[in-house]
Write a protein that binds this ligand. Structure first.
Ligand code: PGA
Length: 253
């Protein structure tokens, strides 16, 4: 059965001290208040990965993710961080293809495919992000657009590799805007994504893949979104920076 996952993407926020207090608050609240089976992922900036990872190590519900990974294996790539480095400091998951990386760092489908391969080769589980800009939604091309993103970066993976992948649907018009997709919009896209994954891999793999919703998810709308049959949790930006809000979202299943 697929996992329920809530992942907090801290983006480029928090000093070291702030990051440590945020994660210890989350850790305590998750221990005290979260009963059901849920995978909680925290995604701090690179310099805090190891200390944040150490803090959550003893909590079986909590897991560590990185926000990015290099498409190269090692060598003269100043400023880049490799999959092996992430793995060596205890990282378990990694975001690949967040729309901010696609937009501001010009990461194309081919680059994302290479990142997926690098991550998988080191035993990291990629959280592959997809989602359409507003123009595509307005022109009623959102399904086609997302289908293409999935095809272009995932279709060359083997079934065994794909088993390790989590997908996050994040409509760009909903990220950081306070404008959330309705639960119906989320459900129909998640069902479509699952259908595409069944075509690219097989029905069982598609059924077992966790598909997360992201984009202005908060304690007020998480419950309705997570109640949809094909929404298996959330990728949370802004609301993951406040422990109380983040834990309220975790408790929304
Ligand atoms: P948001 O970001 O929750 O602040 O909209 C989501 C994301 O970019 O992962």
């Amino acid at each position: 059965m697929r996992k329920k996952i809530v992942a907090g993407n801290w983006k480029m926020n928090k000093t070291y001290e702030e990051a440590l207090s945020l994660v210890s608050e989350i850790d305590h609240m998750v221990r005290d208040e979260v009963n059901g089976e849920v995978t909680v992922i925290v995604t701090p900036p690179f310099p805090y990965l190891q200390p944040v990872g150490k803090l959550v190590q003893g909590n079986s519900k909590m897991h560590l993710a990185a926000q990015n990974v290099s498409e190269h294996e090692s060598g003269a790539f100043t400023g880049e961080v490799s999959a092996a480095m992430l793995q060596s400091v205890g990282t378990e998951y990694v975001l690949v293809g967040h729309s901010e990386r696609r937009m501001y760092h010009h990461e194309d489908a081919q680059t994302l495919y290479k990142k997926m391969k690098m991550a998988l080769a080191q035993g990291l589980k990629p959280i592959f992000c997809c989602g359409e800009p507003l123009e595509e939604r307005d022109a009623d091309r959102h399904f086609e657009f997302v289908g293409q993103q999935l095809h272009d970066s995932l279709s060359y993976l083997s079934n065994e590799e794909f088993d390790q992948v989590v997908v996050a649907y994040e409509p760009i018009w909903a990220i950081g805007t306070g404008r959330t997709a309705s639960s119906q919009q989320a459900q129909e896209m998640h069902a479509y994504i699952r259908e595409q994954l069944a075509r690219l891999f097989d029905a069982e793999a598609a059924f077992n893949t966790s598909i997360l919703y992201g984009g202005s998810c908060n304690p007020g709308n998480a419950q309705e979104l997570f109640a949809q049959p094909d929404v298996d949790g959330g990728l949370i930006g802004g609301a993951s920076l406040k422990s109380r809000d983040f834990v309220a979202i975790i408790k929304s299943f």
